[in-house]
Design a protein around this ligand. Structure first.
Ligand SMILES: Nc1ncnc2c1ncn2[C@@H]1O[C@H](COP(=O)(O)OP(=O)(O)OP(=O)(O)O)[C@@H](O)[C@H]1O
Ligand SMILES: [Mg+2]
Length: 475
């Protein structure tokens, strides 16, 4: 048995065994396999290789699998290990499904909205991250029970495949310029920006362009770790330094030796740890908790926050000296809504990426969809854009993504669009009016009296409408 996210799935599938394609009912889908009840006395023989046609919300996939075991009324099919297509398709399905049912697919507990990790069991939830999926497919449950969960999963960090950093607007060009300039130096960099604007991507881009690129890039999310544990996580501890410290443990700073330490959400760093971090930045040396020996490391710090650090300084919750130490090299990421044409560039980039990954032939967006994308405020920035487009790609069976396929809140569309386009009531009413008038005209052969009674208006109104829509009065 392995550790696998599993969602309740009830759907028709077809299984190709020796006796050809047979209809079946699929249940309990996971990244590794599916439970299938064969219908009408059909049988698959043990150890058969099978092909499975499976419909994940209109997205049909043919998957190779192997009969794993037989149960009373069903068989368990395990998917072919190395099939990237499976990982993509089912990963995307899980992603959408987990958000819909709002339950953790590992521990079944309630999830908070869009949480990157389950609050209860701590497992990461981004099933479109291929590296996470690959890691999950490697893990055996016995190892998890024995506490041998891979570090990447424990932390919820799974190295993304190299993501392209997309941007053409002047602000983003400035960002890229700074990344190139700052990368080779060893000074700390402070990355600022709202949620989902690409702070972590920026930190990785700096690391990858530095001489440290072959050394570790270690992430620590200061908001996700309880205050009492943060110092130990960062600086490590000596054996016996507190109850439960039964061995020496290296902190993240030491683990990042030679590389980069990314301090995410630095605004949440507790005061005591701020003091220790500042001392560390002075000469790159520190003491483990409970230790007296000074440990020297070669680590570059990149920090990020979506908080206004200057305000935190004013309020007294962030040390001024640390703020000045960090802000020498700063990169500020603009919100997506301020990136002009980049919104559409990114939307098209992700549409192409996800269509390719899903094996779907989607040709583009309709004009309505483009207008909506361009005018929506994107409070969740690039991450929200990715989620909206991924969902549209998974769910649509059309060649063009329409505004109705985009799961966004119309209340957050900027004012400029409310005078025209997708949400314009007048335009929609006129369209409907034209359709009805033309239909009545066709049915009645242009008989004004009949049209008036059909449309429920007076004869003079019918004349006006016919004129408005260029319909001839038949002689
Ligand atoms: N310009 C971009 N081009 C391509 N992908 C991007 C871009 N900006 C962000 N992304 C993608 O958007 C997602 C969110 O980015 P990232 O995690 O870096 O944001 P963040 O600012 O750290 O967000 P948060 O504050 O919520 O932690 C990631 O999948 C990232 O790869
Ligand atoms: Mg982040």
């Amino acid at each position: 048995m392995r550790l696998s996210p599993r969602v309740q799935y009830e759907g028709n599938v077809q299984v190709k065994c020796r006796n050809g394609w047979v209809k079946a009912r699929g249940r309990d889908l996971s990244l590794f396999g599916i439970k299938v009840s064969l219908i009408g006395g059909e049988e698959c023989k043990n150890k058969d290789w099978v092909k499975l046609k499976i419909e994940l919300k209109k997205n049909k996939a043919v998957i190779n699998g192997r009969l794993y075991r037989k149960e009373n009324d069903s068989v368990v099919i395990v998917f072919d290990e190395d099939d990237r297509f499976i990982a993509d398709t089912i990963g995307n399905f899980l992603n959408v499904r987990v958000k819909e049912i709002k339950r953790c697919p590992y521990c079944r507990n309630q999830l908070t909205d869009d949480a990157p990790k389950c609050d209860t069991c701590g497992m990461p939830l981004d099933f479109t991250n291929l590296n996470l999926i690959k890691t999950l497919r490697r893990v055996k449950l016995a190892d998890v029970i024995a506490g041998k969960l891979p570090e990447e999963i424990k932390e919820g960090i799974c190295r993304e495949e190299r993501t392209e950093f997309v941007g053409t607007c002047s602000q983003m060009k400035e960002v890229f310029d700074k990344i190139r300039k700052y990368a080779p130096s060893d000074y700390p960099v402070l990355v600022l920006g709202d949620t989902g604007t690409g702070k972590e991507l920026t930190a990785r881009a700096i690391h990858e362009r530095s001489l440290r690129k072959d050394k570790p890039f270690i992430v620590i999310n200061c908001a996700a770790i309880p205050k009492e544990l943060l110092e130990a996580e960062l600086f490590g501890y000596e054996k016996g330094s507190f109850t439960g410290a039964d061995r020496r443990k290296k902190g993240k700073i030491e683990l990042a030796e030679g590389g980069t330490l990314f301090l995410d959400e630095i605004g949440e760093l507790p005061m005591e740890v701020q003091a220790k971090l500042l001392r560390f930045l002075e000469d790159l040396s520190f003491e483990r908790i409970g230790g007296t020996e000074s440990v020297k490391v070669d680590v570059r710090i990149v920090a990020a926050t979506n908080r206004k650090l200057s305000e935190l300084v004013e309020q007294g919750s962030f040390r001024e000296d640390l703020y000045y130490r960090l802000k020498v090299l700063t990169i500020e990421l603009p919100p997506l809504r301020e990136r002009g044409d980049d919104i559409l560039v990114l939307a098209k980039y992700f549409l192409e990426k996800f269509s390719r990954e899903q094996g779907k032939e989607i040709l583009g967006f309709t004009d309505d969809a483009l207008e909506l994308i361009a005018n929506y405020q994107w409070p969740g920035n690039v991450r929200e854009l990715i989620n909206v487009i991924r969902k549209a790609v998974v769910l649509t069976d059309k060649r063009y993504i329409d505004s109705a396929d985009l799961d966004i809140d119309p209340m957050k569309v900027s004012k400029s669009i409310s005078g025209k386009g997708v949400f314009n009531l007048k335009e929609h009413i006129e369209k409907l009016e034209r359709e009805l008038v033309e239909k009545a005209y066709r049915i009645t052969g242009g008989n004004v009296s009949k049209m008036a009674s059909m449309l429920g208006v007076s004869r003079p109104t019918v004349y006006k409408l016919m004129e408005k829509y260029g319909l001839q009065n038949p002689i």
